[in-house]
Design a protein. Structure first.
Length: 200
């Protein structure tokens, strides 16, 4: 599957952040050939800014930012696309969404390639959801790794108790509903939630 990603996802390969495990799985799947990753060529500069700032703040050890930037720029293998052909559309998107032109480059590329855009930047999500379609779903990690129906992953954790797992699932579904742009019919009822609907 072809995917556009931005620096908010790519930096999770190097920093301890929420959803870093999902980002690592994405990179692993990419290297297995399951995904094609694309980004405007400014991705490396945007990510470098974040990684340098993280080292300055002590979120990376001294000297860790430079090898991470080199890894992203030269080893990961993301298909980096030139900015110039995207600039006109990115400007239009920026003017209509309140995003920066830099952030709009990623949206413009996803639109051009007709593929999903992966971002962890909630500002981008908030400012584009009224103009661009979103298909929201979750994977098993929103609750617990490898759960199915009312059964938790067998791992000797407290959630292996069926009642505790159903409560964990109910709490996760409620949090998911409250934080994502879902419709009322998707509102959870306890530990049950209907996420599917028709897409035209």
């Amino acid at each position: 599957m072809k995917l556009v990603l931005d620096d908010s996802v790519a930096v999770k390969w190097y920093l301890v952040q929420p959803d870093a495990a999902k980002a690592a799985r994405l990179r692993s799947d990419f290297h297995k050939g399951l995904h094609e990753l694309l980004a405007p060529d400014v991705l490396t500069v945007h990510a470098a800014d974040v990684l340098v700032a993280a080292e300055r703040k002590g979120l990376l050890d001294p000297g860790e930012a430079a090898p991470a930037i080199t890894d992203l720029a030269f080893r990961v293998g993301i298909d980096l696309r030139p900015v110039r052909p995207l600039l006109s559309r990115a400007t239009e998107i920026s003017l209509s969404t309140r995003l920066t032109v830099a952030a709009s480059l990623y949206v413009a590329l996803a639109e051009q390639e007709q593929c999903p855009f992966l971002t962890a930047d909630q500002k981008i999500v908030r400012n584009t959801r009224n103009r661009f379609p979103f298909v929201v779903t979750f994977d098993d990690h929103e609750i617990e790794n490898n759960w199915a129906d009312g059964v938790s992953q067998p791992d000797n954790e407290a959630s292996n108790d069926p009642q505790r797992f159903l409560q964990l699932r109910a709490n996760a579904f409620q949090a998911y509903y409250e934080h994502l742009p879902l419709r009322r019919p998707q509102r959870p009822t306890g530990s049950d939630m209907v996420l599917y609907r028709g897409l035209d």
